[in-house]
Design a protein around this ligand. Structure first.
Ligand code: UT7
Length: 328
């Protein structure tokens, strides 16, 4: 972002549903094994929301924590952006629901960038703050993916989990700030990762339900290859934009899709594994919530310290990708 006011993250929070589903639990419902899931993905367990839980429920809980951490009240918010591919409903937006739950009085909208949702929304928030008309923007990544997973499809049901994370993005006055951000998309490859049914292409009907078009579909190995390549390039580009060298990166916080993807990206960049924040083993892939929850955990437990260079990078359906370089 050139010119205008700079942004920093002043508060973080997250909310993960209580119920744990282990790989052993999944062995009972599909033809899979703990060994396969751990070796191919690094995932040991994921949290799955109770029926009836909405993305806004998790998002609101995460947002309350982030507001408290930032030391501001909902009335101080100038805008709410919610990244989600599992909104409560088509409309009203999940952002409006969170605005009402919090008792905030500001604009609110949803943003759909799949697993790149949080860095996408953070970049959008940065743009609003740069104008000078917005001082505090709440950015939420919230997903209840479990309702859109075909629990009979072993190639996808073992991968995902539910959860939400939130960040308060504030006008930066000191050296802590977002140094650079980038967004990317390639709609020509949209077919490899999608929930095809329910929209104007395939409005909900008996047929779309019978065909399972409301479930997430993924060509896993294709997505894997593109994810590694794209995230590597996104990290290099955001560092160049921000004037920071690869050796100066203190923490790489990638989207938590699969531990093999994270390791491959880190290896290509020659970033040592102890500088990569990983939580996929406990939460699986929480789409737009993954990067923000990983960041929130790493800040809360003291791994991320003031003055350090943090890189967020994500990749997801669209295809979309995004990265932020942050001086913490
Ligand atoms: O958030 C962004 C979106 N998501 C991702 O980035 C995920 C990207 N992709 C991946 O993480 C990996 O491609 C997967 C974990 C999805 C799959 O791993 P893979 O090493 O690419 O395996 P594969 O799809 O090539 O499948 C290998 C075999 C197949 O059997 P055959 O055809 O070789 O007999 C699958 O049927 O593994 C089988 N398989 C399973 N076996 C046991 C697929 N899922 C399972 C399973 N348990 N859960």
């Amino acid at each position: 972002m050139t010119g205008g006011f700079k942004s920093r993250i002043s508060g973080l929070g997250y909310s993960i549903p209580e119920r744990v589903v282990t790989n052993f639990d999944l062995e009972k419902i599909v033809e899979t094994s703990d060994e396969w899931i751990q070796t191919r993905t690094g995932i040991k367990k994921r949290h799955i929301a109770e029926k009836g839980t909405r993305s806004s429920d998790l998002g609101t809980a995460a947002a309350r924590q982030a507001l408290q951490h930032a030391g501001i009240s909902p009335q101080d918010l100038d805008l709410i952006i919610v990244a989600t591919i599992t909104p409560d409903m088509y409309f009203p937006s999940t952002a409006c629901r969170i605005q009402n739950n919090l008792g905030a009085s500001c604009g609110a909208f949803d943003l759909a960038a799949a697993c790149s949702g949080f860095p996408y929304a953070l970049t959008a928030a940065e743009g609003f703050i740069a104008t000078g008309h917005y001082r505090n923007v709440l950015v939420v990544g919230a997903e209840v993916l479990s309702g859109f997973i075909d629990w009979k499809d072993r190639s996808t049901c073992v991968l995902f989990g539910d959860g939400a994370g939130a960040a308060v993005v504030t006008r930066a006055e000191g050296s802590s700030r977002i140094l650079a951000s980038l967004l990317g998309s390639d709609g020509s490859q949209g077919e490899i990762l999608k929930i095809p049914g329910g929209g104007s292409a395939f409005p909900p009907s008996k047929e779309t339900l019978e065909q399972g078009l409301h479930f997430l579909k993924m060509e896993g190995s294709e997505v894997f290859k593109v994810a590694v390549r794209t995230m590597e390039v996104a990290v290099r580009d955001v560092l160049e934009k921000g004037g920071v060298k690869l050796e100066e990166v203190d923490w790489l916080i990638p989207h938590q899709a699969n531990i093999r993807i994270l390791q491959a990206v880190a290896e290509r960049l020659k970033i040592p594994s102890d500088k990569v924040v990983i939580n996929v083993e406990r939460f699986g892939n929480m789409s737009s919530a993954s990067t923000v929850v990983a960041l929130a955990e790493a800040v809360q437990d003291g791994r991320v310290k003031p003055g350090q260079n943090v890189v967020l990078v994500a990749f997801g359906g669209g295809l979309t990708w995004a990265a932020n370089l942050i001086k913490w």
